[in-house]
Write a protein that binds this ligand. Structure first.
Ligand SMILES: Nc1nc2c(ncn2[C@@H]2O[C@H](COP(=O)(O)OP(=O)(O)OP(=O)(O)O)[C@@H](O)[C@H]2O)c(=O)[nH]1
Ligand SMILES: [Zn+2]
Length: 291
């Protein structure tokens, strides 16, 4: 028996990366009885048949995490890619992606991409999000900026790249490893090319213990998985930090008196657009819960 990681699953077959190469496997029937479906990212123990070098998944090791979209196990990190221009950066979208990654308890790296198009704006955004408590890398696949830093950050992680269409996710991945040869370019071209090819989720191997997903994470930006308004506070790092000093433990930092968060917004220590987005997400959760 040897161990490995599921890098792909197609039509009942699983492809396991092991020390002996990639082995095609089936899952034992017992998993179906237990309602356990092997996922890409699962670390497994397999038994290999001597005859044809295919195998059976005998055991699935306990998952450290499980993403819903895409359905992948053991993802440790989200790289949130936003282009500063083309398309213009939307901090609302960025905060939305951050919220989802925080909810999933992933390590988070913000990538401000296409820095070549607007260096000053890139620096401004970088400062805002560094102050909020994030690791931010400015990158450009065109100008070869920040690629080393990104590669280093990927080490020993299973990373999912998230971000709006056209932000440059595939271009960055191709820079990190030119052998990936992911399709890049205009959105319209991509959908045309992608029409007749079924998409499978695949873990791309960068180096030992280092994988990236070939498809974007958090494709739906629906946040109805959040059950209580009060949870939103914890998904904004700086709001969470300052919020511990509010007068009321249950302070939502909205209309309550003696709110430390509002004070820090006025002092400029919490960025106003972050706070506005926070209030908006809060309102959204409140409205979902009315039904
Ligand atoms: N100026 C500039 N353009 C870039 C950069 N990175 C990517 N682009 C361009 O942006 C477009 C979109 O890049 P992709 O890598 O396909 O974007 P994506 O995020 O993978 O897009 P989806 O697959 O639709 O989610 C392409 O035309 C790239 O040439 C960059 O650093 N600078
Ligand atoms: Zn408060």
């Amino acid at each position: 028996m040897i161990e490995g990681i599921i890098i792909k699953g197609i039509g009942g077959f699983y492809y396991i990366r092991t020390q002996d190469g990639i082995i095609q496997c089936r899952a034992r029937g017992i998993f179906r009885e237990e309602n356990l479906i092997p996922l890409v990212g699962d670390r497994v123990r397999i038994r290999i048949s001597q005859e044809d070098n295919t195998g059976y998944i005998e055991e699935i090791f306990e998952r450290k995490s499980q993403l819903l979209r895409p359905p992948v196990a053991n993802v440790t990190q989200a790289i949130i890619v936003m282009s500063v221009k083309k398309p213009n950066i939307s901090t609302w979208l960025l905060d939305r992606f951050l919220l989802m990654a925080e909810y999933e308890k992933l390590e988070i790296i913000i990538c401000i991409n296409k820095a070549d198009l607007a260096p000053d704006k890139t620096e401004d955004i970088k400062t805002i999000y560094k102050n909020a408590g994030y690791k931010v890398i400015s990158t450009s696949s065109k100008a070869n900026m920040g690629i080393e830093e990104l590669s280093t950050a990927l080490k020993n992680n299973i990373s999912v790249f998230a971000g709006p269409s056209g932000a440059g996710k595939s271009s960055l991945l191709n820079k990190v490893n030119p052998e990936f040869k992911l399709v890049t370019g205009e959105v319209s071209n991509k959908t045309k090319r992608g029409k007749h090819t079924t998409r499978h989720i695949e873990l791309l191997n960068l180096e030992e213990n280092t994988y990236v997903l070939d498809s974007p994470g958090f494709s739906s930006l629906n946040i109805d998985f959040i059950e209580e308004e009060i949870e939103v506070r914890d998904y904004f790092r700086e709001i969470h930090k300052y919020g511990e000093h509010c007068k009321f433990l249950s302070c939502l930092h909205d209309k309550e008196p003696n709110c430390e968060v509002k004070k820090q917004v006025e002092l400029g220590n919490i960025n106003n657009s972050r706070y506005v987005n926070y209030l908006q997400f809060l309102e959204e959760i409140k409205n979902i819960r009315r039904y």
